[in-house]
Design a protein around this ligand. Structure first.
Ligand code: NAD
Ligand code: G3P
Length: 341
């Protein structure tokens, strides 16, 4: 009998570990690459990733490794769960090895200067690779604890979507397919910013009306922005849009929400990020999003308000006053169905 080819997961954090476990539970041999050889050795021996997913057993079918070259050579399907700040620098030196491979980004961020999404970077590094993204309401710990979860794999390459569904779809994890890679990926990146605001609101003792207003207006704002860049607004009604927005804006398990909560308790941004000690993509996304919204002239009051508090010295009260007193608008303004002439 021929041995099954391993699948690679790049990244030794919570999401890489959760996805590696899902694959292994489906009988797929996994090489989970991480840059720290000590972490890989400890995970091999102890079958746990205590810094990022304490208390979760790493499946025997997951081989923690730290030789990137050998991992890329051995695997034709590669899931990338690196922080957005690291993805390009980790993969660009190995562009030649990526030719013809299936590369699926799990990373929910935007590159600082270029405003590129992660799959666009993968495409640039490896134009002959098959590119996809996986995004949705997917808190790593809940996946690792087998909470019933759904996600979306998005790619123009239908065969790649089917391949990802075949290896990841399982008893507790449903994988839906989409052809709208841009919309699915943008939804995952944008919602992180609003989760910071939602965490802040909860720390400030705001009620359920406020939370609901925030989530709904966040959806309107991110959809308006996405449409201005050519995305399909309907994608934002799916798991990777409103689904991910709800989970990230509601759950104290979200790291972006935690940063917001700490800010609401009075910590500085530096203190909030360093107390977290994990990736909260929303902080960088906020900076690039504010600049891009200005460039493409899209009205994003929530983004502008959070940016004003974190980087322009405005107080929370000033920003709230400004947001609430702003000119009244039409509901659901990102698609023209208001009924008004
Ligand atoms: N954790 C989740 O619930 C979750 C869910 C969906 C998507 N994501 C996305 O997955 C991506 C990774 O997040 P995570 O939650 O696994 O992060 P994490 O904070 O749990 O871990 C980050 C990992 O990246 C490694 N790393 C940092 N810089 C690196 C570099 N230069 N080279 C190689 N490795 C490096 C760290 O050592 C660590 O292993 C993020 O974009 C995040 O938005 C996370
Ligand atoms: O912990 P966060 O805030 O990075 O969010 C994790 C996932 O993106 C939720 O879908």
């Amino acid at each position: 009998m021929t041995e099954q080819q391993p699948v690679a997961v790049l990244g030794g954090g919570s999401f890489g570990t959760a996805v590696a476990n899902l694959l292994a539970e489906n009988g797929v041999p996994v090489r989970q690459w991480m840059r720290d050889p000590e972490q890989a050795e400890a995970m091999r021996v102890n079958r746990e990733n205590p810094r990022y997913l304490k208390g979760i057993r790493v499946h025997d079918g997951v081989e923690p490794v730290n030789d990137l070259l050998a991992t890329l050579q051995a695997c034709d399907l590669i899931f990338v769960a690196l922080p957005s700040s690291a993805l390009r620098s980790v993969l660009a030196p190995h562009a030649e090895l990526l030719r013809g491979k299936g590369l699926v980004s799990l990373t929910k961020g935007i590159e600082a200067q270029s405003f590129k999404l992660m799959s666009q970077i993968l495409e640039e590094i490896a134009p002959q690779a098959r590119i996809g993204v996986l995004s949705g309401p997917n808190l790593a710990r809940e996946i690792a604890e087998h909470a019933l979860t759904a996600t979306v794999v998005a790619s123009e390459d239908e065969a790649l979507c089917q391949q990802v569904q075949a290896v990841l779809h399982g008893r507790t994890f449903r994988v839906y397919a989409s052809a709208d890679r841009f919309g699915v990926e943008l939804g995952g990146a944008l919602k992180n910013v609003y989760a910071i605001i939602a965490g802040m609101a909860v720390a400030l003792g705001m009620g359920e009306n406020t939370k609901s207003m925030l989530i709904t207006r966040a959806l309107a704002e991110m959809t308006r922005f996405a449409v201005s860049l050519g995305a399909n607004p309907m994608t934002f009604l799916g798991l990777a849009g409103v689904g991910d927005l709800i989970v990230t804006c509601s759950s104290p398990k979200s790291r972006n929400y935690q940063v917001g909560h700490a800010l609401g308790q009075g910590l500085s941004l530096e203190q909030a990020v360093s107390r977290l000690g994990e990736v909260a993509e929303g902080v960088n996304t906020l900076k690039v999003l504010k600049a891009k919204a200005q460039e493409v002239q899209v009205y994003m009051p929530l983004v502008a308000g959070l940016h004003a508090i974190l980087f322009e010295g405005r107080t929370l009260n000033q920003v709230i006053e400004h947001l609430m007193r702003a000119e009244p608008k039409t509901d659901v303004d990102f698609i023209s169905i208001s009924g008004f002439n």
